[in-house]
Each structure stands twice: as structure tokens, then as C-alpha cells.
Design a protein around this ligand. Structure first.
Ligand SMILES: *[C@@H]1O[C@H](CO)[C@@H](O)[C@H](O)[C@H]1NC(C)=O
Ligand SMILES: *[C@@H]1O[C@H](CO)[C@@H](O)[C@H](O)[C@H]1NC(C)=O
Ligand SMILES: *[C@@H]1O[C@H](CO)[C@@H](O)[C@H](O)[C@H]1NC(C)=O
Ligand SMILES: *[C@@H]1O[C@H](CO)[C@@H](O)[C@H](O)[C@H]1NC(C)=O
Length: 241
């Protein structure tokens, strides 16, 4: 690709606000399961914001000022952009304003996208079943499903998907995303994984569905001459929509 075009696209993405964003009301603490490998913007409305983080897997640590993590960037209006997050970046993310007061606090579980259990309803494939763990008391592992996303076509047969995150529920307690629940406890169970389910859909076109078809098309791939391996990336794509 000509270098100029590449530059334009790099600039266009943040300006057009293509990043999938999650927000938490000011003064609140929000817990959220997400997937690794998909860019995400943690919203914080505070210019001059600074962020603190604590990864909850592995060794115990303390909240650390976020200054130099290669895949994270604090945006001018205060939000935190995390590109290609890793499962090991599961943890706490606190946004503070310039007067050192906390604005919002996120607890994010980046569930490993590489272990996604994918099923298609139309092929009779079944999602994962509930299972119990025995760590201390009896804990139930289950999938908490997100709403179905939009159908990918209108006026013709299409498909739509929904994401399901791994949650653990202890007797009478609020369920928690699996790896926020487990923290540094090492457990291996094939049930501990996020899910994606696909089904057929057929919807009418509305103004709304037409507006969403703002595709950006460009090609950017490099052939590794030794392995003949190609990694096709879709920079503005997201599993969340
Ligand atoms: C962001 O904060 C400013 C100043 O506190 C406020 O005026 C504005 O309405 C806020 N914007 C949003 C989207 O909450
Ligand atoms: C940021 O981290 C990189 C690699 O981890 C290091 O080379 C660089 O010196 C660090 N920069 C600052 C300002 O700490
Ligand atoms: C699995 O557990 C969840 C959470 O308790 C519950 O809502 C759901 O109905 C259970 N599913 C089955 C098939 O038992
Ligand atoms: C679609 O948009 C047009 C023009 O903005 C409007 O007149 C019409 O009522 C809309 N139709 C629907 C189904 O929302």
C-alpha cells in the first residue's frame, strides 16, 4: 500500500471513534467481562486524567500509575484505549482526575479469545453446560450471554452472533467473571472459557441498519516469504458489534 494511504487510515481510526467503548457512571465501580485481542476504550470523562492499574493474576501487587504499557494509551479526553488486550491484563483500572480524585473504577476480565467456544444454532451445536467447581464451597461455572448483535444482512438471509462470558456463582453471592473471581488461583477446567453463538436471521431493512453500513475497505497484508503465512487484519473490526 502507498505509505500516504496507510498514514491516513492510522489517523482516521481514532478521529472517527471506531473503538468499541464501555462506560461507567462517574463515581461508580463497574465490573465487566470482555475478550482479549479486541481493542476497547474504557471511558473516563476527565481531561488531564491519569490511570492506575492492578493486574489480578499472578503475583500480588499494588495499584500502579499507568505510564508505560505498550498497548495502552490515555486519550486526550481522559479515556483509556487498550489495543489487543491480553488475558493477563485482567484487573483493576482506576481513572483519576487532575485533582487526584477518583472518577471511575473498572474491573475488567479479559477472557482469552483463543479459547472461544463457537457454536452455530442452525447446525445443532450446543453451547457449554453449567458445571460445578469445588474450590472451597461449591461454585457454579456458567455462561452469561450478551444480547444478540445485529443481523449482518437485511432483506436477505443473514447471520447474527452473541457473546457469552464465563461467570462463577457462589451460593447466594453475586456472580463474577471467572478470572476476576479466581484472581491468582490456578485452576484448569475446560469449562472456563468464553463462548460465541451464531444463528440465522432474516430482517427488514430500516434506516438504522442502512446507517450502520459504513464500511471502510482497504488492504493491508504482508506475505511472509519464508512461511508463506499471511495475517489478515481488519483494524476497525470488532467482535463486539
Ligand atoms: C464531561 O465533563 C464535562 C465537565 O465536567 C461536562 O460538562 C460534560 O457534560 C461531560 N460529558 C459527558 C458526555 O458526560
Ligand atoms: C517504557 O518501556 C520500554 C520497554 O518496556 C522501555 O524501553 C522504555 O525505556 C520505557 N520508557 C519509559 C519512559 O519508562
Ligand atoms: C446455569 O446457571 C445459570 C446461573 O445460575 C442459570 O441462570 C441457568 O439457568 C443454568 N442453566 C442450566 C441449563 O441449568
Ligand atoms: C427513514 O428516514 C426518513 C428520512 O429521514 C424518514 O422520513 C422515515 O420515517 C424513516 N423510516 C423509518 C422506518 O424509520
Amino acid at each position: 500500500m502507498p505509505p500516504m494511504l496507510w498514514l491516513l487510515l492510522q489517523l482516521a481510526a481514532p478521529v472517527l471513534g471506531f473503538y468499541f467503548s464501555i462506560s461507567c457512571p462517574s463515581g461508580n465501580q463497574c465490573q465487566q467481562a470482555l475478550l482479549s485481542g479486541n481493542d476497547i476504550l474504557l471511558y473516563c470523562n476527565s481531561s488531564g486524567a491519569h490511570w492506575y492499574y492492578l493486574f489480578t493474576q499472578g503475583e500480588k501487587g499494588t495499584l500502579t500509575s499507568l505510564t508505560n504499557i505498550s498497548n495502552m494509551e490515555i486519550m486526550p479526553e481522559g479515556s483509556l484505549l487498550i489495543k489487543d488486550p491480553l488475558p493477563s491484563q485482567t484487573g483493576l483500572y482506576h481513572c483519576w482526575n487532575k485533582n487526584d480524585r477518583q472518577v471511575v473504577q473498572y474491573e475488567i476480565d479479559f477472557q482469552d479469545v483463543a479459547t472461544l467456544h463457537v457454536t452455530h444454532k442452525g447446525l445443532g451445536q450446543r453451547p457449554l453446560e453449567n458445571e460445578t467447581l469445588h474450590l472451597g464451597s461449591k461454585e457454579l461455572i456458567f455462561t452469561r450471554w450478551e444480547p444478540w448483535q445485529d443481523c449482518n444482512h437485511c432483506e436477505e438471509p443473514g447471520e447474527r452472533k452473541r457473546l457469552g462470558y464465563c461467570y462463577v456463582e457462589e451460593h447466594l453471592e453475586e456472580a463474577m467473571p471467572c478470572w476476576l473471581y479466581l484472581g491468582d488461583v490456578q485452576v484448569w477446567s475446560s469449562r472456563l472459557r468464553p463462548e460465541l453463538q451464531v444463528e440465522a436471521c432474516h430482517v427488514h431493512c430500516t434506516n438504522n441498519t442502512q446507517l450502520k453500513m459504513n464500511y471502510v475497505i482497504f488492504d493491508s497484508f504482508r506475505l511472509d516469504e519464508e512461511t508463506e503465512f499471511v495475517w489478515l487484519s481488519c483494524p476497525l473490526g470488532s467482535i463486539y458489534r
